[in-house]
Each structure stands twice: as C-alpha cells, then as structure tokens.
Design a protein around this ligand. Structure first.
Ligand code: COA
Length: 422
C-alpha cells in the first residue's frame, strides 16, 4: 500500500479558468478549451506570459468517440499557441481531469518543471443520447457489465437500491440533493442548468399557459419532482433530476512550484494532498453502498496533508447521480455510513450549512463534460477559497477544501486537498 508521503516540492495554483458549460452545437472541444485558457490567463493576478508554461496535461475521456478525433492534447495546445512544449492526454473516464491534475502535481514536485498547464475538455452533445450512453459505457467492464445490459444510470440505480435497503433511505431523500445543487447552480453563471427547480417548474407552468394548454397542478417542487412526465424515471429509483446532464465544456488550471507562486499572485492556493486509488469493477464488489477507492484516496490525501475530514470547510464531490453525492459525503468522512442522506435532508451540505458540498451546483446542475469536470471542481474551490465566488460565496474563511473525482463506478478515485495560507 502506498504511503502518504508529503510532496518533495510544494505545488500551488495561480490561475483557473473554464468555459461556460452547456450544449454548444457550433463549438468543438478546441474552441471550448481556448475559452477556458483565456479565462485562466485573465485570472492570474500579476499577469501571465504564456511562454513560461513548460508542459501540458489534458483530461479527456473520449474525444475519439464523441468527436471522432484522437490525439487531442497537442491539438488543444496548438489552439492556445503553446507548441512545442510537451502535451499529454490523460484518460481515466470521468476522473480524467483530476488524474491530469495529479500528473501536473507530480511533474512539478519531481523538479522536472516549474510551470504546468492542466486542462480538461469534453464535447459530448454532437451524438444522440443513446450513443452518448454507449460511449460512456466503455468506461465500465464491458464484457461483464455492459453485455449484461447495464448503463451508467443503471449502475448508480443499483447502488441507490442497495443503499436504500441497507440504510432505509427513500427515493425522496435523493431529491434533496438535486434541489440543493440546482439552488447552487442558479448562482453560477457558468452552469448548464443555471436555474432552481422552483424556477424550472414555474417556467413549465408559464409555458403551458402561453401555449393554451392546461396548466399542470403542481403546488410545490415536490409535486413537480414526483410527476412522471416532468421528472420521469430513468433507472429506478433514479429520475431525470437525479442525473447529471450531457454537456460540452472545458476547464484550465495553472500550477507552479510553490517557491515561485508569489511571482504570479499574492493569493496562491496550495495543493497539500493528492491521492488516487483503483478498484475492481462494480460487478465484482460485495457492497455497493460505498466506493473503497474513494475511502482509500481520501484517507491517503488526509494523511499527506496532515489533516482530517473535520478540518475541511467545503468539498466538490462527484455527483454524477444524486446517490453518488450521498455516498461521496460518507466516503470522504464528512458523515458516517448511512448518515449522508440525512445530512442532505437537514441542510448540512447546503451552501449555508455546516459542511457545504458542491457549491458550484455540482455535476448535476453545473453540467458534466466528463474530462473537464475534475478540473472544474478546482475552479470552484479556488473562487471560494479566495472569496471570489460572488453570490454563491460561502460565509467565513475557507482555509481548507477538497475535491473528489470518480471514474466510472469507482474503479478510479482521485482526491485533492487545497490550502489557503496567509
Ligand atoms: N436533469 C434535468 N433535466 C434534464 C437533464 C438532467 N440531467 N437532462 C436533460 N434534461 C432536460 C432537458 O433540459 C430537456 O428539458 P426541456 O424539455 O424543458 O427542454 C429535457 O430534459 C429533455 O432533454 P434531452 O436532452 O432530450 O434528455 P435525454 O432524455 O436525451 O437525456 C438523460 C436525459 C438523463 C438520459 C441524460 O442526461 C443522461 O444520460 N445523463 C447521464 C449522463 C451520464 O451518465 N454521465 C456519466 C456519469 S458516470
């Protein structure tokens, strides 16, 4: 088992950027990455000469199938004018972004480079939903799981069912996660679904009235979320609003050796924990109510950082489905097993709660362009830790925060811990 050793050289983040997330028929992943890169360069407080960047790691799951374009890293690098530095694409399914970040961290910690660009990009909406589902399914154990009829909503539905049976959760509890993440996403200008479920419901009623159709008789969002037309079941117990959407988007971070961080900003964010773990595919696991790789990566990241879960102020976790957020909140140690859904119900994980989770809106509301998601999680923490998150800023200081990024059903999990030091 790997030890939780500290980095041999400190690594800091000095700039972040992202494109808007959503469906952009006129843009490819290159266009989106150029937007994220420009946003990142604009975020470097003391200005950035891109010529100082020495290497590039890109998180991208499947440009091959989504865009019929392989070998994506040098193309994206060229689009931002940075050839001939090394460009490396990193693929670890939905954890590609955080895995790319970890490669960047290791490249600087080893002494090989001082300044590294980390990006994430995915262009998913060119394909019809059935083909997106097939493409995503390649991240599973295809001969054993996909040939048996599983899809990703199906996997997470199986996990939700097991969790309900073990801990007494009801499908309604998962709705609390969707409501909370849409509330947060409504405050995020980059979110795909930048609207609360309340507003979404009111929009549907207004649209029906405008078209001269009978107005739906929803008296609250609970009626709306229980309506089989407004919120159909995708894979029981998961409904439409339990799923992250299909998204186009890109994100970027600039890492530097800690001793050089203040050349670029007076408020760097330091990476003090970085861990990654792997696991057998879901069909081989005895318990579906927790991801062992997430627990292991979290405990190793805490060990490396010399902190525990109680020290962490906020987290961005991998809520590809609402049940995934509940399980993540337990795997990272915020709550005991079986308590995560109650914490969501009690408002503990809300923006103003004791342990805010997914203040960005999470994958659920912000969107989930798979290769970009792990890097975009860090974008949110950077904003929150520097008190720059605008309307969605959590109250008080955020000295410590963490990301949790999962590939597939937890065959990969990558956890990072971030610190703001005065
Ligand atoms: N949550 C809420 N609303 C959603 C949504 C989501 N995740 N996805 C789509 N919608 C809305 C659309 O905005 C649209 O609303 P409108 O009629 O008011 O315009 C409506 O639902 C239909 O959209 P459409 O794009 O046709 O949906 P779809 O049925 O093709 O796809 C899912 C819906 C849930 C199947 C798709 O988003 C999905 O597969 N998500 C999971 C992605 C995934 O597995 N990611 C990897 C995780 S490991």
């Amino acid at each position: 088992m790997p030890k939780s050793r500290p980095l041999l050289r400190g690594v800091s983040i000095i700039g972040v950027g992202m494109s808007k997330f959503g469906a952009f028929p006129e843009k490819n992943s290159r266009d989106l990455f150029v937007e994220a890169f420009k946003d990142m360069t604009g975020s470097v407080d003391k200005g950035l000469d891109p010529a100082v960047i020495e290497s590039f790691y890109l998180g991208n799951f499947s440009s091959d199938l989504f865009e019929h374009q392989g070998h994506t890293a040098p193309l994206l690098l060229d689009a931002v004018g940075l050839t001939p530095i090394p460009a490396t694409r990193v693929e670890n399914a939905c954890a590609s972004g955080a895995t790319a970040l970890r490669q960047g961290v290791m490249a600087i910690a080893s002494g090989l480079y001082d300044v590294v660009l980390v990006g994430g990009a995915e262009k998913m909406t060119d394909l019809p939903t059935a083909d997106v589902t097939d493409t995503l399914a390649t991240a599973a154990d295809v001969p054993f799981e996909i040939s048996a009829g599983f899809t990703f909503p199906g996997f997470y539905a199986a996990m939700a069912t097991a969790y309900m049976a073990k801990f007494g959760m009801k499908p309604e509890h998962l709705m609390n996660v969707a409501i909370k993440n849409h509330d947060n996403g409504a405050l995020n200008p980059n979110a795909q679904f930048g609207t609360t479920i309340q507003k979404w419901m009111e929009g549907r009623i207004a649209s029906a009235i405008k078209k001269g159709k009978p107005a739906p008789n929803w008296t609250s969002i609970w009626d709306f979320l229980h309506d089989g037309y407004a919120n159909p079941i995708v894979a029981w117990p998961l409904r439409l609003f339990d799923c992250s959407p299909i998204t186009d988007g890109a994100s970027a971070l600039l890492l530097v050796a800690e001793e050089r961080a203040r050349e670029f900003t007076d408020i760097p964010i330091h990476i003090i924990g970085s861990a990654q773990a792997s696991d057998t595919a879901l069909h081989n696991r005895l318990d579906l109510t927790s991801l062992p790789a997430a627990k292991l990566a979290s405990s190793q990241a805490y060990g490396m950082a010399g902190i525990s879960a109680s020290d962490v102020r906020i987290a961005e976790v991998h809520d590809c489905f609402t049940i995934a957020e509940v399980i993540a909140s337990e795997d990272i140690g915020f709550f005991a097993p079986g308590e995560g859904f109650k914490a969501a119900e009690d408002g503990m994980t809300a923006r103003l709660g004791g342990k805010p989770i997914n203040t960005s809106g999470g994958l659920k509301s912000k969107g989930h362009p798979v290769g970009a998601s792990g890097v975009a999680q860090v974008f949110e923490l950077w904003k929150q830790m520097r008190n720059e998150a605008g309307e969605r800023q959590v109250p008080g200081d955020v000295p410590l925060a963490m990301t949790h990024n999962v590939g597939a059903t937890g065959s990969t999990c990558v956890v990072h811990i971030f610190e703001r030091r005065e």
